[in-house]
Design a protein around this ligand. Structure first.
Ligand code: SAM
Length: 330
């Protein structure tokens, strides 16, 4: 256990603040029993380069770039994800993209049940093999963007909230997150590995370069936090960029009240469609709206906003007020 903790501290833990860090050590001390095997479930074995390589070679698997396949090979990162997500036996976890089942093995060890949705059919025989010891995992061969997550929660977990956990395929990070938010599926928390640059956009504050539509959507639905940064060496093949694990706790109710949620997201899109435009021009030129430039200006006046303001300066509450005024002007 000492060696394991050292590797968490030395690698994934570098950017974790100290109190978070203390908690993590405490939890891993408790988890030690499980990792050594508590007799009820197998011990995860894939968090390691040579074992992953052996599985890939056994099945002659070739990575498919178009599916964003960068598999985790680092146990400290895998345990960091479990710890960040606070997985316990009471949890039903939805995993997006299990790959060869590496994170899935850890999730299945600590959670009550896991449903893993994988698009690549070639991975199915591998998953059957690597997850054979766990009887609490269901693998669905499907595109997560076309999967009815609400129905999964209903069918598998009696409509109770799920935890979402994933090393996401980076090429569709935003559509996956937006799809989850807008699905109406009950989930309590999301813990996802994304590109570091995307993580920075997710937590960005108004006025910063990274701030945009994704930051606002994430804030509207959740309370986001970057848990830790992950180096390319923790994956096979190595991605070109650094990654980050982001934890998002879903709000019980959104932090702002709006008359029409769709309008809120349309105004946000209109605002960031072309970042250089003033918000007044963004609203007037947005294809889904039919407000004139003068009407857009009047809406901004009604909110006490300068007609030359750009969306990147506005907080979620400003967008909410503006959306309500535009609804009244319809
Ligand atoms: N969880 C594994 C790990 O950490 O080693 C694999 C993560 S890999 C970054 C992303 C996984 O998502 C791949 O297995 C890929 O095939 C799968 N994937 C890509 N697009 C998908 C989609 N639209 N629906 C479901 N799975 C997808």
């Amino acid at each position: 256990m000492q060696g394991l903790m050292t590797s968490i501290i030395g690698r994934a833990g570098q950017s974790i603040r100290s109190e978070k860090y203390e908690k993590m050590i405490e939890r891993f001390t408790q988890m030690g029993n499980l990792l050594d095997g508590d007799g009820s479930r197998p011990v995860p074995y894939l968090g390691n380069r040579s074992r992953c390589k052996a599985v890939l070679e056994k099945y002659g698997f070739s990575f498919r770039k178009k599916f964003g396949q960068n598999f985790l090979i680092d146990e400290s990162v895998l345990l960091g994800i479990i710890d960040t997500a606070g997985i316990t036996k009471d949890d039903y976890v939805l995993e997006i993209g299990p790959g060869i089942g590496t994170l899935t093995q850890y999730l299945a060890t600590y959670a009550g049940k896991v449903c893993a949705v994988e698009i690549d059919r070639a991975l199915l025989p591998i998953l059957e093999d690597t997850l054979a010891g766990w009887d609490n995992v269901t693998v669905l061969n499907a595109d997560i963007l076309k999967t009815d997550i609400r129905a999964i929660a209903e069918r598998e977990n009696g409509g109770r909230p799920l935890k979402v956990c994933a090393n996401l395929p980076y090429y569709i990070t935003t559509p996956i997150l937006m799809g989850l938010f807008e699905s109406g599926a009950p989930f309590s928390e999301l813990t996802v590995m994304v590109q570091k640059e995307v993580a920075e956009r997710m937590i960005a504050e108004p006025g910063s370069k990274a701030y945009g539509a994704l930051s606002l959507a994430v804030r509207y639905f959740t309370e986001p936090k970057i848990a830790f940064i992950v180096d390319p060496g923790s994956f096979m093949p190595r991605p070109k960029v650094q990654s980050a694990v982001v934890h998002m706790k879903r709000h019980a109710s959104p932090p702002v009240d709006v008359k029409d949620e769709q309008m809120l997201f349309d105004v946000i899109r209109a605002s960031f469609n072309e970042r250089r435009k003033t918000l007044q021009n963004g609203i007037a030129d947005y294809g889904l709206f039919s407000y004139s430039k003068e009407q857009a200006g009047l809406a901004l006046d009604a909110c006490g906003l300068d007609r030359r303001v750009r969306g990147e300066k506005l907080a979620l509450a400003d967008f909410a007020r503006l959306a309500d005024v535009l609804v009244d002007m319809r």
